[in-house]
Design a protein around this ligand. Structure first.
Ligand SMILES: Cc1ncc(C[n+]2csc(CCOP(=O)(O)OP(=O)(O)O)c2C)c(N)n1
Length: 376
């Protein structure tokens, strides 16, 4: 794994000016350095998302999904997890991968589908999976991963592991069959799982009010016997604290929790979407004011931990890091044809080996630039 991206613990990212003397102004239970690191975590995600969109708009990658406005959810949850916990995400929690220490280059390798991509270009862009950080490959099919998370939680319970599964679903996804199946099993089995409804108010162009008539989405959890709360998903510390409590409950054998995080999708649904076609400028303007990053920055300033100069330096450094680290992915070649035959069997069976050898013998007749015309 390339580790060029600064980690939150790198001395470069640690501000020597932060005093760790007792500071009564700080929220209880947090050191100044922790609070600044949480802010940097959100900035890292925002910078990555901005870079993704630029790469896509300039035709350098084909597709991307951004999580603009939802950074507090990702950082707040990731910061509370223990190493043994697992993440069953949708396509909009990729920032948690960065929080768990994977480099920007490794993320970008997936977007390029290059020879260093873990899935060797076999998955659609944004369908990341990173085994070493327990980040399970997402499914494009809305809701299916919720049952997987519950199954994994039941397995952990059965084996006596103290791992907790965290899983995410959008407001629209709460209308799926799998949401019902997963919550039914989790409630009855008291599975160690935390469900997050990331209510960003839209399912592509469909507003949440037209999706569900319930007063609040978290009430759905109550019907399954699951303790459920709604929090301000743009309040980083609220997400962090609610997650800590839910993880404690799960580890104590008290079962699942559902947390609805009220937030807003500030960007497009994906790089194929244009939100100006279905929401007006005034609404977007109001959402920009509630941005979790701007809000936390003001809090840091009020606690005497941060100032404008530090902020400008951080964003300048991040922008450059994104360019450098994603450029590394662009210069890696494509996966080899031969890699098509890897990874399914520990030992390639004789029939498949014969097909591979025949294919490879012919491959040299068909240069890569003509790959669309490869006559199979
Ligand atoms: C079962 C299923 N139905 C429909 C789709 C098409 N689809 C992809 S994303 C999406 C919207 C999901 O919205 P939401 O759950 O609110 O999550 P968000 O994208 O806002 O994070 C839909 C309908 C799908 N992928 N899977």
């Amino acid at each position: 794994m390339v580790t060029k991206t600064p980690k939150m613990t790198d001395p470069k990212m640690t501000d020597p000016k932060i005093t760790e003397k007792p500071n009564p102004a700080l929220p209880s239970g947090y050191s100044g350095q922790q609070l600044v690191d949480l802010y940097k975590g959100m900035a890292l995600i925002r910078a990555f998302d901005e870079r993704q969109l630029k790469l896509q708009r300039s035709g350098r990658i084909g597709f991307c999904v951004v999580s603009t406005g939802e950074e507090a959810v990702q950082v707040g949850v990731a910061a509370a997890l223990e190493k043994q916990d697992w993440i069953f995400p949708t396509y909009r929690q990729h920032g948690m991968i960065l929080q768990r220490g994977v480099s920007v280059t490794d993320m970008a390798n997936q977007l390029y589908g290059n020879a260093n991509d873990r899935c060797l270009g076999r998955q659609m862009p944004v369908h990341y999976s990173f085994k070493e950080i327990n980040y399970v490959s997402l499914s494009s099919v809305i809701g299916t991963h919720l049952s997987h998370a519950v199954g994994a939680a039941m397995a952990a319970q059965y084996k006596g592991d103290d791992a907790v599964m965290v899983t995410f679903i959008g407001d629209g996804g709460t209308s799926s069959n799998d949401f019902h199946a997963a919550l039914t099993f989790a409630g009855v089995q008291k599975a160690p799982v935390v469900f997050y409804i990331v209510n960003n108010h839209y399912a592509i162009s469909h507003p949440v009010e037209e999706q569900c008539a319930a007063e609040s989405l978290h009430l759905k959890g109550v019907g399954y016997g699951i303790p459920s709360i709604k929090i301000d998903g743009n309040d980083l510390l609220a997400v962090h604290q609610a997650t800590q409590e839910a993880l404690n409950r799960a580890r104590a054998g008290e079962g699942p929790t559902l947390i609805e995080c009220d937030t807003y999708r500030m960007g497009p649904h994906s790089s194929s979407d244009d939100p100006t076609r279905y929401r007006d400028a005034a609404e977007q303007e109001a959402a920009n004011k509630a941005c979790p990053i701007g809000r936390f920055e003001k809090q840091l300033e009020s606690w005497g931990l941060w100032d404008d100069t530090q902020d400008k330096a951080l964003w300048t450094e991040l922008e450059q890091t994104m360019v450098d680290d994603t450029n590394l992915s662009e210069n890696v070649g494509e996966p080899t044809w031969e890699s098509l035959f890897d990874d399914v069997y520990a030992e390639v069976p004789p029939a498949l080996a014969r097909q591979r050898d025949e294919f490879m013998a012919r491959e040299s007749q068909f240069p890569r630039e003509n790959e669309g015309e490869f006559p199979l």
